[in-house]
Design a protein around this ligand. Structure first.
Ligand code: HEM
Length: 145
């Protein structure tokens, strides 16, 4: 159960990050070229939203089945926070990513309420890029790559 979720979370991360990077860059290009927000832009942004939500769901399950979770009772709150690795896996990575996905979701819903084409790109552009930066800042790179 644990290793299946860990494997899926590891591989889905490539897809989720690739699509988020494409959607974020696409929105920045849209913002700077002032073109219309078309079907293709809608689809790319929607895929970014869906793939990151799936990653969040897999991550939430993984959190409770991972051996890292037992460190809460073994070390207590103080012990988890004192050790950089347990802090990364149990606090920083999950919470930063939840905030990042909330930002991405806000960008998506704000873009839907805009009537001006440029504002659609800017809502996606600002919120997806912020979310992406937060996600990239707290990936356990040495365990993953
Ligand atoms: C878009 C968001 C996310 C991305 C891109 C992401 C990516 C990753 C990556 C690349 C790893 C390392 C996997 C490996 O060692 O092979 C990882 C580990 C982990 N992630 Fe995420 N993650 C995300 C969101 C979350 C969330 C929201 C949670 C929990 C609420 C979570 C919980 C975990 C846990 C517990 C591990 C450690 C698994 C272990 O080694 O036992 N992740 N994540």
């Amino acid at each position: 159960m644990y290793s299946a979720f860990k494997t899926v979370h590891s591989y889905w991360a490539y897809l989720a990050l690739a699509i988020l990077i494409i959607a974020s860059i696409n929105a920045l290009i849209g913002m700077s070229t002032k073109k219309d927000f078309g079907q293709r832009d809608l689809r790319i942004s929607l895929f970014g939203l869906i793939f990151s939500h799936i990653q969040l769901l897999i991550g939430l399950i993984l959190y409770f089945v991972s051996p890292w979770f037992a460190q809460w009772s073994a070390l207590g709150m103080g012990g988890v926070m004192k050790d950089a690795q347990t802090r990364l896996y149990l606090v920083e990575h999950p919470f930063t990513n939840i905030i990042a996905i909330v930002l991405i979701t806000m960008g998506w819903s704000m873009h839907k309420r805009q009537t001006e084409e440029g504002k659609k790109f800017s809502r996606i552009g600002i919120f997806y890029n912020l979310g992406l930066l937060l996600i990239l800042s707290r990936i356990p790179w040495d365990a993953w790559l």
